[in-house]
Design a protein around this ligand. Structure first.
Ligand SMILES: [Zn+2]
Ligand SMILES: [Zn+2]
Length: 171
C-alpha cells in the first residue's frame, strides 16, 4: 500500500507547553496528556512542500498518540481495497479471454471478487471504537501540586499552575 502514502502531513518542531488529565482513545484509559505546539507541513515523497500552519495537539504521555484521535484501525483503507478489487473484477470480466493461458483470466475473475468480499467482511466486523465522549465526562481536572515530569513543586498562579523547571502549564 506504500504507493498511497506518498502524500502526507508531518508535525515539525513539536514543543510541549502544558499538561492535563485526559482520556486517550488509543490506550482506552485515563492518562496525562501533553499539549504540543508544532508546525504542520504537507509532504510529497517525504519532501516538505506545503506549510499548513501552527497546530496544538494533546499527546498522550503513555503512548505518544494524539489522545482524542481514533486509533488507527485501517477501516477506510479496507473499504478502499474493496473498491479497488471490485474495479479489477469488473476489468477481469469485461476483458476478452486471451487464447494463451485462458485459465489465468478465469482464476483472476474469481480471486478478485473473493478478495473484495474478504476485505468487506473484515471492515464490517471491525470492533467499534470505544465511546470516548462519554468517558471524557469523567476526566477530572488535574490537582497535583508536583510536575509529573520533573517532580518539582508547581508555582500556583491565578487560574492554574506551572512548573518552574520545564515551564509546562497544568491545565
Ligand atoms: Zn495513550
Ligand atoms: Zn516540570
Amino acid at each position: 500500500m506504500g504507493v498511497f502514502l506518498v502524500f502526507g502531513t508531518k508535525h515539525l518542531g513539536a514543543k510541549p507547553s502544558a499538561f492535563r488529565n485526559d482520556y486517550c482513545r488509543s490506550c482506552d484509559d485515563y492518562v496525562i496528556s501533553i499539549r504540543k505546539r508544532s508546525f504542520l507541513v504537507g509532504h510529497l515523497f517525504w519532501i516538505p512542500i506545503l506549510p499548513l500552519g501552527k497546530r496544538h495537539r494533546w499527546i498522550c504521555w503513555e503512548c505518544d498518540n494524539v489522545a482524542h484521535e481514533a486509533p488507527d484501525t485501517g477501516r477506510p483503507m479496507k473499504w478502499f481495497v474493496v473498491l479497488f478489487l471490485l474495479g479489477l473484477t469488473w476489468a477481469g470480466w469485461s476483458e476478452p479471454i486471451p487464447t494463451e493461458s485462458p485459465w489465468i483470466t478465469w482464476v483472476l475473475r474469481f480471486v478478485f471478487p473473493a478478495g473484495a468480499l474478504g476485505f468487506a467482511i473484515a471492515a464490517i466486523r471491525q470492533k467499534p471504537w470505544p465511546d470516548w465522549k462519554e468517558k471524557m465526562k469523567y476526566v477530572e481536572p488535574l490537582t497535583d501540586l508536583e510536575c509529573p515530569f520533573c517532580d518539582e513543586y508547581l508555582m500556583l498562579q491565578p487560574g492554574g499552575a506551572f512548573c518552574q523547571k520545564c515551564g509546562l502549564d497544568r491545565q
